[in-house]
Ligand binder design. Structure first.
Ligand code: PMV
Length: 334
């Protein structure tokens, strides 16, 4: 059996995190400079049926049989076997590497699952479609996140900018994925700087905290979710109409609304302010919040070289304000 490798990118949520869990839309885009890779090779020296997982980034070196049921990578492998009706897997080693920071709102867990499911299904001679990879990764995301919206697995499995809306219970199409997913037409590319607070934050914990707060103050939280939904729809129009400079104000408003949901933190607020002082048109936290990453919009000038210079100034501002990592990425048509 030949070896197989597959890759999956990181992602950023442009607009709509948290509110998306409650049925509002979100916009997200892949970040292609960072990725997870899975490599599957035949385990010629392994006992028959043994599946080894080697993931140095997770300090994981184990046999599938020894992994607890809740382990996300183990679950991804078992789900793939079950989906493909593989009851007696061939002995193999799955090697996973990734340069996506973990617990940082960049989709590291979903990317590892997507790469793994793709490589393993190809190795088994039954390569899965993006739709199937997305659906299986969603099942794994439930272990990472508890109640994920599905936006992470979607943007990462399709590796394209997306407009995403989760159906609320009862609205899901019979037999279909419980989402509305459309490719986001990026009419004019725009550049973002991603700044990392260096603070690890569990999305599951923050999503749980929002749920608790929503349960005690439903009207207040639902009002904020609805306001976020309105600005996500407006942002989509701007991206599709080629007026990305107008996104800055919406990013700032989205950040304020996320502060009101209590998912920001002083370090994120500090980086957002530094980016604005450094020339960004807008900035907001991205992902689960209370740590992890923020994004800042580089003023689009229509000249790529000029945009890179502006990006460098924002990078400097973020670094001086304590960002432990920065990355410049351009959101371009799929
Ligand atoms: O995985 P993260 O940290 O990028 O966050 C996912 C975005 C949330 O809206 C907070 C949760 C979800 O499932 O959509």
């Amino acid at each position: 059996m030949p070896d197989f490798s597959a890759y999956a990118p990181a992602k950023v949520i442009l607009f709509g995190e948290h509110a998306v869990v409650y049925g509002q839309p979100a916009l997200a885009a892949p970040v292609l400079q960072m990725r997870a890779r899975a490599h599957v090779s035949a385990g010629l020296s392994l006992p028959p049926g043994t599946v080894r997982i080697e993931a140095p980034v997770l300090n994981l070196s184990a046999s599938l049989a020894d992994l607890p049921e809740q382990d996300p990578l183990g679950a991804a492998i078992r789900l793939t076997f079950a989906h493909l009706n593989v009851t007696q897997p061939p002995a193999c080693t799955i090697y996973i590497t990734s340069n996506i920071p973990m617990a940082a709102g960049l989709g590291s867990g979903a990317a590892a699952s997507v790469a793994m499911i793709r490589a393993l299904s190809a190795f088994l001679g039954k390569p899965l479609s993006d739709d199937d990879v997305c659906a299986l990764t969603f099942e794994v995301e439930k272990l990472h996140h508890g109640t994920p919206s599905g936006v992470d697995n979607t943007v990462i499995a399709y590796a394209k900018p997306v407009y995403f809306e989760k159906s609320l219970p009862g609205d899901a199409p019979a037999g279909g994925l419980p989402v509305q997913m459309e490719m986001l037409g990026v009419a004019v590319p725009f550049t973002l700087v991603i700044g990392d607070t260096g603070i690890a934050s569990s999305t599951k914990t923050v999503v749980g905290a929002v749920r608790t707060a929503w349960q005690s103050r439903p009207r207040q939280y639902e009002e904020i979710f609805a306001q976020i939904g309105t600005l996500v729809r407006a942002a989509r129009v701007m991206i599709e109409n080629g007026t990305p400079h107008a996104l800055g104000t919406l990013m700032n408003t989205n950040h304020i609304l996320l502060q009101q949901l209590d998912v920001s933190c002083p370090e994120l607020d500090n980086l957002v302010e530094a980016a604005l002082n450094g020339g960004a048109l807008g900035a907001k936290l991205s992902g689960g919040g209370r740590g992890g990453n923020m994004i800042a919009l580089v003023p689009p000038s229509g000249n790529a070289e000029h945009d890179q210079q502006s990006a460098a100034e924002i990078v400097n501002a973020l670094r001086s304000a304590g960002a432990v990592k920065t990355l410049v990425t351009t959101i371009a048509p799929a």
